[in-house]
Design a protein around this ligand. Structure first.
Ligand SMILES: Nc1ncnc2c1ncn2[C@@H]1O[C@H](COP(=O)(O)OP(=O)(O)OP(=O)(O)O)[C@@H](O)[C@H]1O
Ligand SMILES: [Mg+2]
Length: 604
């Protein structure tokens, strides 16, 4: 129970608030439990039999709280009611303190828990996000943490109230009249039975509803993210039906929960009403016998309510605990996911500068232990400032090479080296600071174009605007940006939706260049630009990248033919390697690809 341990630690750190809150809870509940005693005194004093001190605890309470010498009956009534009012005011103060400190504590814990989880999520390996939906992660951060907060705040508060109220009220009731206390308690047996019957039902429906809600929001979230695909494939109606199906299930479970809850509430009021009837009936008989005063009867009626409320709260508290239990389980699963090994702060090597030599030494990789091998024994070496190109059919493992070089994943076998040192020996962030990466899907954030390009830059860089412009120019993106009314300050939609595919790619290239990299990794980043632009970008890069080691992955031969070395991947193996002319002469996969692309170009 790692999350629970964390919460306990948080409570220990704020022990003062907890102690004040719990002390206020104790005092407030005790105040509530003694008020009926003074009502009893007032009613007795006002009725024909006159003031009756009461025995045991109630007598003692009278002596402590009302050490006055009243002149007459009217004066006594006023004193008793005044005392009740005073105690009630005190109860108000304690209730405020209780709520303020306990709620404050739970809100603070919620805040630290959220911050810690967010940090945890940022430090998870890239693989975690492969099989976790972002909607599910969102509900961890929102509803699951909320459930935990409800448990450590309100649930603790109500549970504490019940725990104090029950014995306190019972003690006073017993001192007033033991027999009537027993009789008044009888309906509580029925209430307990009804709690035992309804609670598991409410819990079951609630848990299912919670799962439905998580699925519903994950699905909706994915749907909106993929809104364009949904539209293009005319899936709107289907998606609406699908959400409708999930929504109905959610509705069914929520209604089930609410039906059981309502029946439970009704049974509580039923038993409570029965309690009132029983107390009035037997109480009146007792009063007639002279064994009970009218005041005692009034007090019993008040205690009846005091006892039923905690029982209601108890049902609610069990539900809160059940919800929190499921949430804690999910939170713990997240907490137990091992962090990204490259971010464990193991104190790896932090180079001051790099030459930029890249080497893959017999690297093999599979993404999951059960999954198929994706790379087999891949070896190559790029001297500082040189360019290596990787071509190959779809799914041949090209992006995997980039992923491994960026250390988004650790290779399952073999060694990836930079400047002769295995990249696992480096501090991952220090190493990445020297790398520029253009991912295949050129993801952009919903921010301005300038901020997107400057993503990897030092925010205080005085040459920021200049660098952004220079890199946009190198990526052949500048003219288009300047043509926009707001230029570099144009806001992008989510994932950069208001840019064309080619524009997104060029923004991503500019972003990689702005990092001023020693090693540049370009994963198929020219696929959406025309051959002319491609040529110009490559020419700019060549000029810029005299000292930059470049690994360029591409589909088109035109993008790779000038590279110092080209490797051809097929099903995760290096099947050909050499320069453009070597490979054309070889007459293999590369030559075949080159011939077909040139033929296509001529036809066009
Ligand atoms: N995150 C992942 N988890 C599991 N398997 C993956 C993952 N990413 C890629 N693969 C698998 O690894 C193999 C190689 O994928 P990779 O992305 O490296 O190919 P690629 O050569 O870049 O293809 P493309 O030209 O289409 O970009 C594929 O069979 C793919 O299914
Ligand atoms: Mg790829």
């Amino acid at each position: 129970m790692r999350t629970l341990r964390f919460i306990l630690a948080e409570y220990r750190a704020n022990l003062r608030w907890l102690v004040i809150g719990l002390a206020a809870l104790l005092m407030g509940t005790l105040c509530q439990a003694v008020i009926p005693v003074f009502i009893k005194l007032a009613v007795d004093a006002a009725s024909p039999q006159g003031f009756v001190r009461g025995e045991g605890l109630s007598g003692w309470l009278t002596d402590v709280f009302m050490p006055f010498k009243p002149h007459d009956r009217g004066h006594f009534v006023m004193l008793a009611l005044g005392t009740a009012l005073g105690v009630a005011a005190l109860m108000g103060v304690f209730t405020f303190l209780k709520r303020y400190y306990l709620v404050r504590l739970s809100r603070r814990t919620e805040y630290t828990l959220k911050r810690r989880l967010y940090g945890k999520l940022q430090n998870l390996p890239a693989g975690y996000y492969n099989n976790t939906r972002s909607g599910a992660i969102q509900s961890l951060l929102t509803s699951d943490i909320e459930n935990v907060r409800m448990m450590i705040g309100p649930a603790v508060m109500y549970l504490g109230g019940t725990v104090v109220m029950f014995p306190a009220a019972l003690s006073v009731m017993l001192s007033l009249n033991p027999l009537l206390t027993l009789i008044a308690m009888a309906p509580l047996v029925g209430l307990t039975a009804s709690t035992l019957w309804f609670s598991p039902r409410v819990r079951r429906y609630t848990t299912r509803g919670q799962e439905d809600l998580a699925e519903l929001s994950a699905r909706a979230q994915e749907n909106f993210a993929g809104a364009r695909v949904v539209k293009a494939f005319s899936r709107e109606t289907f998606e609406v039906q699908e959400l409708d199906r999930l929504g109905r299930r959610y509705l069914y479970n929520k209604l089930g929960a609410s039906r059981n809850q309502s029946l439970f509430q009704a049974s509580i009021w039923g038993f409570s009403g029965l309690g009132v009837l029983i107390i009035l009936y037997f109480g009146a008989l007792e009063v007639g016998r002279g064994a009970l005063t009218t005041g005692d009867l009034a007090a019993f009626l008040m205690y009846n309510l005091n006892l039923y409320w905690p029982m209601i709260a108890l049902g609610w508290v069990t539900m809160l605990f059940t919800r929190a239990e499921a949430s804690l389980k999910r939170l713990n699963e997240l907490a137990d996911t091992p962090p990204d090994p490259s971010r464990d702060g193991s104190g790896g090597h932090r180079p001051a500068g790099l030459r930029g030599e890249v080497e893959f030494d017999r690297v093999s990789h599979r993404y999951t232990p059960e999954g198929p091998p994706v790379l087999h024994d891949v070896s190559f070496r790029v001297e500082p400032g040189r360019t290596l190109a990787i071509v190959g059919p779809v799914g041949s493992g090209k992006s995997t090479v980039a992923n491994l070089l960026l250390r988004l994943y650790d290779a399952t076998a073999g060694s990836v080296r930079v400047d002769g040192l295995d990249i696992r020996q480096y501090d991952a962030n220090s190493l990445r600071a020297f790398m520029g990466y253009v991912p295949q899907d050129s993801f952009l954030f919903s921010d301005t174009i300038a901020n997107n390009i400057a993503l990897g830059m030092n925010p205080d860089d005085p040459a920021r605007a200049e660098t952004i412009a220079r890199c946009a120019r190198a990526a052949e993106f500048e003219a288009e940006v300047l043509a926009l009314p707001k230029g570099y300050d144009t806001m992008l939609g989510e994932r950069g939706v208001n840019l064309s595919g080619g524009q997104k790619q060029r923004a991503a290239i500019a972003r990689a260049l702005a990092r001023n990299p020693v090693i540049l990794v370009l994963d198929d980043c020219l696929s959406a630009v025309d051959t002319d632009t491609e040529e110009r970008i490559l020419r700019n890069l060549k000029q810029l990248s005299q000292n930059i080691t470049t690994v360029i992955i591409a589909q088109r031969i035109s993008a790779v033919q000038h590279a110092d070395e080209i490797i051809v991947l097929d099903e995760g193996r290096v099947v050909e390697r050499g320069t453009d002319s070597d490979l054309r002469a070889l007459g293999g996969l590369y030559a075949d690809l080159a011939r077909r692309q040139e033929l296509a170009a001529q036809l066009a």
